[in-house]
Design a protein around this ligand. Structure first.
Ligand code: BEZ
Ligand code: FE
Length: 304
């Protein structure tokens, strides 16, 4: 008699019924992942399935609670569009965006690289390329004057020429221009290119803290958790250069009352800085951004 080849069964099928126990069910669910061809996807799914099942078992999740969770994710999807990215906001308020940034930058951090911070939901594609030294605030923008002198360097301190530096910030009124019809299109947003010595610079206004958007499902979750909804004042940067890992970071005002309780956990370690006032009242931020060698990657841009 010919021996039966167990591999001849269609993928995901077994000759045994699915066991009616959490452990047996998990084994069947993990077996269904065995033929995933991409090894990294297989690894991620395996761990995700284990943790998801362990979580539901630990809290003894009810079917009604599972429905609530699914509906929450549906609402997050519905609240996401060209105006607003609720999905990114969710990753941010859960702290997972900050965690992934720190994991990604582990090697760079050990070698003196700049700490990363999440991109958040407000970076726009096609921010205008402006010459170094430009003012990025429209004349109507309130706030104290700010001068940013930046330099992009490799981990060994060599200047990186022709790096692309994206920057954006909220107005001192607490809103990004895309949230605020009273601001000009692309106000407080720009792209710069570093010069041959790695320098870039611009003039702007000193940022203020602001509340994250709470008009969607993430806002409801924050209210249920009775959490603060503020971010400390900050400027965003993304630095892209051939031969280097892309750096997304933020520089925070250490004097902001919310400096130590950022709702999205982005204000970490060395990213808190004092903005120094000059005699004429202009605040100055001197900045070095140190990049790790590697592959440049264009991050997903949340807004058009
Ligand atoms: C931001 O910094 O732009 C941001 C980050 C997370 C949530 C909301 C806003
Ligand atoms: Fe921001």
């Amino acid at each position: 008699m010919k021996a039966e080849n167990p591999n001849s069964l269609p993928i995901g099928q077994s000759r045994e019924p699915i066991p009616a126990t959490p452990e047996g069910l998990l084994a069947a669910v993990l077996a269904s992942n065995q033929h995933t061809t991409d090894p990294r996807l297989k690894q991620i799914l395996e761990s995700l399935l284990r943790h998801l099942h362990a979580f539901a078992d630990e809290v003894q999740l009810s079917y009604g609670e599972l429905e609530q969770g699914i509906d929450f994710l549906v609402q997050v999807g519905k609240a996401t569009g060209p105006e607003k990215h609720e999905g990114i906001l969710l990753a941010d308020i859960l702290g997972i965006a900050t965690l992934v940034g720190l994991i990604d930058a582990k090697k760079a951090l050990a070698a003196g690289g700049t700490e990363p911070a999440l991109i958040g939901p407000f970076w726009r594609a096609h921010q205008p390329l402006r010459p170094n030294g430009s003012l990025i605030a429209s004349p109507k923008t309130p706030g104290d004057k700010l001068l940013v002198n930046g330099r992009v360097l490799s981990l060994d301190g060599a200047p990186i020429a022709n790096a692309r530096v994206e920057t954006w910030q909220a107005s001192p009124g607490g809103l990004y221009e895309n949230q605020d019809p009273s601001q000009e299109d692309m106000n407080l947003r720009a792209r710069f290119q570093t010069d041959e010595d790695g320098y870039f610079s611009f003039r702007s206004v000193r940022p203020s803290g602001y509340a994250v958007p709470v008009d969607g499902p993430c806002g409801k979750l924050l209210a249920l958790q009775k959490r603060d909804i503020m971010r400390p004042a900050h400027l965003h940067f993304i630095v892209l250069a051939e031969g280097y890992k892309t750096l997304a970071t933020q520089i925070f005002d250490a004097d902001d009352p919310n400096a130590y309780r950022d709702v999205v956990f982005g204000a970490v370690g060395s990213l808190l800085r004092s903005f120094e006032a000059q005699e004429d009242g202009t605040y100055v931020l001197d900045l070095e951004l140190r990049l790790e060698p590697g592959t440049m990657r264009m991050p997903l841009c949340p807004l058009p």
